[in-house]
Design a protein around this ligand. Structure first.
Ligand SMILES: Nc1nc2c(ncn2[C@@H]2O[C@H](COP(=O)(O)OP(=O)(O)OP(=O)(O)O)[C@@H](O)[C@H]2O)c(=O)[nH]1
Ligand SMILES: [Mg+2]
Length: 371
């Protein structure tokens, strides 16, 4: 049996096995085995195919991947938001390469990547989708673009990304594993994590662990446990825009909202736009800004005053003074004594802070360094 057939056989067995407490252990082992075989198949394929992935240089303060089916208006939107010129066509698949463009918003440079139509089967290597997906994985935010007439495409897009190890709008599972020399596999959980100890041990054994300590601090599914053990899952935030809103009558909107809700989307958090008529774009930029968790920090430079023109832009999870030092480069890092902050994150003007201080949007920051 070839690897592909083995994978299919395991998938079939998982589908046919009713999931309950008595089968949980077995299903756990099957899922672990499945993930491993898929990995192996991928390594084989990438080894023989010669790759051909897109190399897009990441520049700017953050990168957004624009993901959607052919003809939903990705190129039109990129052209409306950025300085790029992406080909717009009335036929499908006009964009066959990744087109980067730079969106300037509130002093930030946000790189937008218009990637070719992500079609079903992309994650299996069909339709050249693999290269597309590898670009998406490197982004800081996934922006789904849907046509107002086909919002249900959202499900298929998410499935493609999931199959390619992109986990959206969730944080990495709170699981830690450390190898030991003896004593078998020891499971420590905080409360009921939703899986039997035996299931957890079975999954770990499938991955070759003989002696290990595993600590789980939240409720988990088997799939999430498998994710935690693989180190190639990408955890990204996402946002959704619905395009071609100019083509619907106002009373059609309620139906679209209903469809969005059935997809698990909140219509209030979904941005309706017309890329062609350039409507709704301010709200979209605002959403991109928020989902990336961007903040502006105005640097107060000795002798030069506060630079309000070109703020330092920091991303979600990188809001500390230390992160600012990283971005400033040069020798600030070694010479750092302390910083002074004025703004929303400070208790009072010119508060003296250290490296760990969390900055807020529009703070003014002065670095005091050794000569
Ligand atoms: N009415 C209307 N038409 C739009 C809008 N946005 C895009 N279009 C049209 O839809 C068609 C497809 O637009 P593209 O921007 O090429 O779509 P795409 O997603 O880049 O397509 P691929 O590159 O093939 O994946 C073009 O004819 C656009 O003019 C919109 O907001 N309203
Ligand atoms: Mg296009």
């Amino acid at each position: 049996m070839g690897l592909k057939e083995e994978i299919e056989a395991i998938e079939e067995e998982i589908a046919e096995t009713p999931y309950n407490k008595s089968t949980e252990h077995h299903v756990g082992r099957l899922k672990a085995k499945l993930a491993e075989k898929k990995e192996k198949l991928e390594r084989q394929q990438s080894g023989s195919g010669g790759g051909g992935g897109y190399a897009v240089e990441k520049t700017g303060d953050a990168t957004v991947a624009l993901v959607g089916f052919p003809s939903v208006g990705k190129s039109t939107l990129l052209n409306a938001l950025t300085n790029a010129e992406s080909e717009v066509g009335e036929y499908e698949f006009t964009t066959l390469n990744v087109h980067p463009g730079m969106l300037k918003y509130r002093g930030a440079n946000i790189q937008l990547l218009d990637v070719p139509g992500l079609i079903s089967g992309a994650a299996d290597g069909r339709g050249g989708g693999q290269a597309v997906l590898s670009v998406v994985r490197t982004a800081d935010l996934v922006l789904f673009l849907l046509s107002v007439f086909e919002v249900e495409q959202y499900d298929r897009l998410r499935e493609e990304l999931y199959a390619n190890k992109v986990r959206l709008d969730t944080s990495p599972p709170n699981v830690s594993v450390s190898k030991r020399h003896k004593g078998g596999i020891r499971v420590t959980t905080s409360g009921d994590v939703g899986l039997e100890d035996e299931t957890i041990k079975g999954v770990l054994r499938e991955y070759g662990y003989v002696n290990a300590d595993v600590t789980i601090r939240e409720e988990l599914t088997i799939d999430e446990l498998v994710d935690a053990l693989m180190d190639n899952r990408e955890y990204l935030p996402s946002a959704v825009a619905v395009n071609k809103a100019d083509l619907i009558e106002p009373d059609y909107k309620e139906g679209v909202d209903e469809n969005l809700r059935s997809l698990g989307l909140d219509p209030e958090e979904t941005v309706f736009i017309s890329a062609e008529e350039e409507r709704g774009l301010d709200a979209l930029k605002e959403t991109i800004w928020e989902r990336l968790g961007l903040i502006r920090v105005y640097m107060d430079k000795p002798g030069r005053g506060i630079d309000y023109e070109e703020p330092l832009v920091l991303r979600e999870g990188h809001h500390t003074v230390d992160d600012a030092l990283d971005r400033l480069g040069g020798s600030f890092d070694e010479r750092f004594k302390f910083a002074r902050v004025t703004g929303a994150s400070a208790k009072h003007d010119e508060q003296q802070v250290g490296r760990d201080h969390e900055l807020a949007d529009e703070d003014v920051l002065r670095i005091v360094a050794r000569k």
